[in-house]
Design a protein around this ligand. Sequence first.
Ligand code: TXA
Ligand code: MG
Length: 323
Amino acid sequence: MRNIRSVEVAQPSQDAILRAAEHLRAGRLVAFPTETVYGIGADATNGRAVAAIYEAKGRPTFNPLIATVGDLAAAEAIAELGPLARRLAAVFWPGPLTMVLRAKPESAISSLVTAGLDTVAVRMPSHPIALTLMRAVGLPVAAPSANRSGHVSATTAEHVASDLGEKVAMILDGGPATVGVESTILDVSDDRPVLLRPGALTLEDLTRVIGETPQRPSSANAAAPNSPGQLESHYAPGAKVRLGVTAPDAGEALLAFGVAPRHDGPCLNLSPSGDLAEAAANLFAALRDLDPGPGGRIAVMPIPERGLGAAINDRLRRAAAPR
Ligand code: TXA
Ligand code: MG
């Protein structure tokens, strides 16, 4: 066990996971690793605990949270799974697919989790610490990414401690997140599946199982509160971000991918060999490390749109969006 800024950061022994579960049942917040990014969790049936998450992150309460579960029965207790949702769950759960489903009105989930919507986003992570924790708690856990609202997501326990250290009872340290970008969010609450957020599960893999490419939300919807997380500016470092750059200016920090041009300023390479999985795993840490802060500029090299590239480019576009 070690402490970063006075919060307990525990290696995830069985004992530590049980203590974390006890914190959650008592209404306290716990940060834990998932295969995508770190999450900050609270008992989803406890309105006060859920309110503490919004407060800790500085997150607007119209932006709903994901309910994280440890098994299919727990998902079915809070949401209606139609035939497509069942098929996707059978193939991809546990794993980095979040499904937006019709909420069961009689479930014990706090309406703060869903921000009053009649749908609920449900995720079953594959990370063994997350999964063991969910099963030990035996309650749905509201768990957004463990970063300050609008900031870059956390992929290590140190990132969590620096963003939210004073706000959580405990951080389970599972080392760096393996995938590095958040789960893919698919709305299957209606007839046609809609891709709300490209993520760790690639569109290619999803399309193979669905049998067609999921729709994207219409732009009219994109700004509306029914796809609330899709706020334009997000994942933002302090610096300004410029995309698709092959010739960086002298004053810029360079976020490279593949073979980088000569550059005298600060430079980090997401993957010198051009590997998209490696680039995704390095993305958020690189944005944090490279960030020269307000007034500075980050130039990002082009990244292909295939596979995990779609999720990487989505996060980079939001990082570059006007604030
Ligand atoms: O990989 C992940 O999904 C991570 C890890 C920690 O599990 N979690 C995560 O949570 O990324 P968060 O809160 O940062 O992003 C969840 C997104 C938000 O954009 C939110 O608006 C959207 O899910 N969301 C939640 N409930 C929704 C709903 N009922 N309808 C539409 N979007 C919803
Ligand atoms: Mg987030």
